[in-house]
Design a protein around this ligand. Sequence first.
Ligand code: ZN
Length: 413
Amino acid sequence: MNAKPAFDLIFRNARTRGSAANVDIGVAAGRIAAIAPRLTCEAAEIDIAGRLVLPGFVDTHIHLDKACLLGRCGHDHASVSEAIAAVAAMKREFTAEDIYTRGSKVIERAVVHGTTRMRTHVEIDPRIGLRGFEAIKALKRDYAWALELSPCVFPQEGLINDPGAEELLVAALRDGGEAIGGCPYMDTDPNAHIERIFDLAQEFDVDVDLHLDFDLDPSWWHMEEVCRQTERRNYHGRVAIGHATKLSALPPERLRAATERLAKSGVAVTVLPATDLYLMGRDATHNSPRGLTAAHRLVENGVLCSVATNNVQNPFTPFGDASLLRMANFYANVAHAAVSEFDTCLDLVTDLPARLMNLKDYGITTGNPADLIVLDTDSGRNAIAELPDVLTGFKNGRQVFERSRPVLFPPQA
Ligand SMILES: [Zn+2]
């Protein structure tokens, strides 16, 4: 007869997205050791009382290094290029300490909103050098107790047109860069930019995550070249493009063809609602286009997608609290998601971004790290509809935050 498993902690009466009834989740040595209706074991217990438990939110696309810049510039930027120029001007003065301070503020907000994994894009070029990268590495180390931070290094201001940028990218990839990004629309030679990024990705065996097709003119795009490079190098499932707002400007038949192309080549799409909505459609005097690609529709047709934060309080997006649940709710509202599609909207900030980042140990499954957050609701659909509080979170079985429920004080009778 097998000995009873010993747990360090048991979550009682948890509602997971996959189970019709409540289950208990047993944790041992920081990992999920058992999931069953009634675990019998002596261990510390936390009663979830039928609330929804998720493995945490996954942010595939955020810029910690240029977050929290409100107050440092005028914020009269009306276009993507003006926002890039505004940050480029401020960036020269950034110190590693300054970036660390601003980044830690955003990470702490993300953690208390339930994020457990995050890919941050880090600008690498001769103006900033490796200062941003060094700060991000320190943040990765110092917040490992709460969240896994993965740096994606990229040349925001171009590559072919920016001598010295490539050497710095290589140095970052040698020293902890876990993915490589790019920004072909900023380069004088976009196709050469894409080619070089893929060369480096192959050389260092890292995934590719590009800023791409960030306007509403569907008469030209770089998506085709990215799909071509992905296929040529057998990089299916290892490439993502962020924004892809041009897709929102396509009539149905062209969108169908583009969707098939993305699905076939295994290129994922990350929609960034806060920035896309803030910066697109600025030329319109009325009936402004939304400029938001319908990720849940792409998912329906076989394209891997995520919804992510991108910028927090800077010239690209002067808003942000790093809450992915709020972002998914915001997305669902703007993208006209039906109630029957709310579950997919929650997938866009949980399971699908985990797949996009090729995370092998994400999810509420025996053997995975006990990364669990508790939402004050009972289903995935209601998580999107109600925007409930995230009450507590655990990383590797250790509690990392708690939020008290509000208390009402009605007058005494
Ligand atoms: Zn971005």
